[in-house]
Design a protein around this ligand. Structure first.
Ligand code: SF4
Length: 366
């Protein structure tokens, strides 16, 4: 008996092989599927003579977050973002902080049915300026994410992809035509780490970073989660930040964030705050103008300053904005130097709140 593939939606980017199997071309895993088989991401599967997406229109849950939590520090600071994910993932990170979703094998985790239009309307009703595809990687549900992004654009709401950037060029081009901002998780700067700890490869991720910066208008920030003893050596941080400066320029913000033991990496200790501060200094020393620390209490490391005159542009204490020094057009109030990013005159006032929401309750009549 063939497996029930849930709400299967026709998937894009695959081709039939001569031996009768079908190859998925969405991400560089290139899963080869027999009838009824699922890919490594679990949510794309072969059904008959095509690949289907089994999670279209369903989510593992919705939450209103500060945009700084994605993390994005140069994209509508202080505003709220309606965050959601589905299930599954195309990486196998031993340190995953969302493993209950990313490695879920139960469709029942997808508790909420949500059409693209319902999500866009909910964001509008909740006062969110953007919707984020997060918790798990939108690469694997990009058809659904694109339809959500289209519905959002019709209502003036932006969309954000929180991603590992492990995606093939053709679906990447299609996806990012519809998305306004991305935070790409650059997990390390060695192929050894990618291969051993995430079961993926470094080069396709670097290719996505280059693509986003050089060939799209998507606002880009980078996160680098630091694991003591695994990807935090002076040499690796030097090489990574020199590469970013040379290939992407000085204006792509970097977030060095702290690891908390989880999933299969419980034997690795939490990242000492000093490691994050050191990484930030190395990045700044290599010409990165906007380097931040994350997941720790560090006002200086969370604050945006003008790279010319040093004036504080956006002061932050955790996810709370403490000062604002930008003009209407997003330039330094003191010296007039533009700050790269997406700014709209006024800061938001959402603060550090995290508000779980059920869209069905929101849609119900009062
Ligand atoms: S998107 Fe999923 S099915 Fe397609 S290649 Fe990647 S892991 Fe495999």
């Amino acid at each position: 008996m063939s497996e029930d593939l849930g709400s299967a939606y026709p998937g894009r980017y695959w081709h039939a092989l001569e031996d009768g199997r079908i190859q998925c071309n969405v991400c560089p895993r290139f899963c080869v599927l027999k009838e009824g088989q699922r890919g490594l991401c679990f949510v794309r599967a072969r059904s008959g003579d095509q690949v289907v997406l089994t999670t279209y229109g369903r989510s593992s849950g919705f939450c209103v977050d500060p945009i700084e939590k994605k993390p994005l520090n140069h994209f509508l600071p202080g505003t709220s973002v309606l965050s959601f994910g589905t299930e599954g993932c195309n990486l196998s990170c031993a340190f995953c902080q969302n493993w209950d979703i990313s490695k879920s094998r139960e469709i029942s985790k997808l508790s909420e049915e949500a059409s693209p239009d319902t999500i866009a309307k909910a964001a509008e009703r909740l006062g969110c300026r953007s919707v984020a595809f997060t918790y798990n990687d939108p690469t694997i549900f990009f058809e659904y994410a694109i339809d959500v992004a289209k519905a959002c654009r019709e209502r003036g709401i932006r969309t954000v992809a929180v991603t590992a950037g492990y995606i093939c060029p053709a679906p990447r081009e299609e996806f990012y035509r519809h998305v306004d901002a991305a935070n790409v998780d650059l997990k390390a700067f060695t192929e050894t780490f990618y291969h051993r700890v995430t079961a993926a490869h470094l080069d396709p991720v670097l290719d996505t970073l280059r693509y986003l910066k050089k060939e799209t208008g998507v606002w880009l920030e980078i996160t680098n989660l630091l694991f003591p003893g695994h990807n935090d050596s002076e040499r690796e941080l030097e090489e990574m930040t020199k590469w970013i400066f040379a290939e992407l320029g000085p204006d792509v913000p970097m977030h060095f964030t702290a690891f908390h033991p989880d999933w299969k990496m419980r034997d690795v200790p939490p990242t000492p705050p000093e490691t994050l501060r050191r990484a930030r200094e190395i990045a700044r020393g290599n010409g990165i103008r906007y380097a931040y620390t994350g997941n720790i209490s560090d006002e200086e490391g969370g604050t945006t300053s003008c790279h010319v005159c040093g004036r504080i542009l956006v002061g932050r204490d955790g996810y709370t904005l403490t000062s604002w020094g930008l003009t209407e057009s997003g330039a330094c109030q003191a010296c007039g130097t533009p700050c790269p990013g997406v700014f709209e005159g006024e800061p938001g006032h959402w603060g550090p709140r995290r508000l779980p929401v059920r869209l069905s309750a929101l849609a119900a009549p009062p």
